[in-house]
Ligand binder design. Structure first.
Ligand code: FES
Length: 281
């Protein structure tokens, strides 16, 4: 069986931080202005862009390998190798942008994922060069090893998504576990202009009062579950203290990534000096 528990150990390998931390800062500085970063996260799509973009290089490299091994159409295999290399660039840019805004344990696994991808792409570049030079056997060999390395890297990509929850919606369960009926969250004494944390029968809720109006969002950030009540307020929005996702308080809409998932909003009402909330339909 594949030793998946070794992947967990990668998350604890703090020695990788010496490379991961400066590299993530460099990526962060490179993807500017904010609109470029948001576009690469996929906030406009409401879905992580990286997972959509990687389909083309993975499919192209795998198809080229199958044609190399079992087909007779060398031209199509070479064309797919070129498409795989060209389409891997935007996919890598989106992935690096997501990675630069993630927790340290996630960044350690992501760093190894990126190194394996780099090695796989270098092998496929060598394969394409060999093909162009008429060295068919070498081109096929380099490509085969490149696909194997990229396959191992894809396993790490799955770990990042399914185990570490990178790109997942960390508030996805609130429709089943949150307050769908009016639920008491304590007294109506909420200080103005400050983020306040309340509990709605086990669901942490962020409250912000402006004048007579009180707005409420689920408090765990949809990106990686950061505590929004420790964030900053500005222009009717809250910014998460962990990686800077910004949500509109009135609706929960994503204003800036890395989150691509809206933050669940709750309705608020006053009753006999108390506050009640319920999930907005
Ligand atoms: S947890 Fe990452 S931005 Fe909130």
């Amino acid at each position: 069986m594949f030793p998946f528990d070794r992947l967990d150990r990668l998350e604890d390998l703090s020695a990788l931080d010496k490379v991961a931390q400066p590299l993530s800062r460099a990526v962060d500085a490179a993807v500017r202005p904010q609109a470029v970063e948001d576009a690469l996260h996929g906030t406009w799509l409401g879905h992580p862009l990286h997972t959509a973009l990687v389909q083309l290089p993975i499919g192209s490299f795998l198809s080229a390998t199958l044609l190399d091994l079992f087909g007779r159409d060398e031209r199509s295999a070479d064309l797919l190798a070129g498409i795989g290399l060209a389409s891997s660039l935007p996919a890598a840019a989106a992935g690096a942008t997501d990675w630069s805004k993630s927790n340290p344990s996630t960044q350690r696994v992501g760093l190894v994922h990126a190194l394996l991808n780099t090695a796989g792409l270098a092998l496929w570049t060598g394969s394409l060069v060999a093909r162009r030079a008429g060295r068919r056997r070498a081109g096929t060999g380099w490509g085969l090893v490149g696909t194997a390395v990229l396959g191992a890297s894809a396993a790490l990509g799955g770990h990042l998504s399914y185990r570490d929850g990178l790109g997942a919606n960390h508030e996805a369960d609130i429709a089943d576990t949150g307050p769908t009926d009016w639920t008491d969250i304590g007294g109506a004494d909420v200080p103005e202009g400050k983020p306040v944390l309340r509990d709605a029968a086990g669901t942490p809720v962020l409250l912000v009062r402006t004048g007579e109006s009180i707005e409420a969002l689920a408090n765990r950030c949809s990106h990686q579950a950061g505590p929004l009540h420790e964030g900053t307020l500005h222009d009717g929005c809250v910014t998460c203290p962990w990686h800077g996702s910004t949500f509109r308080m009135s609706t929960g809409a994503v204003v800036h990534g890395p989150s691509v998932h809206p933050q669940p909003a709750l309705d608020v009402r006053r009753r006999e000096g108390r506050l009640e909330v319920r999930l907005r339909a």
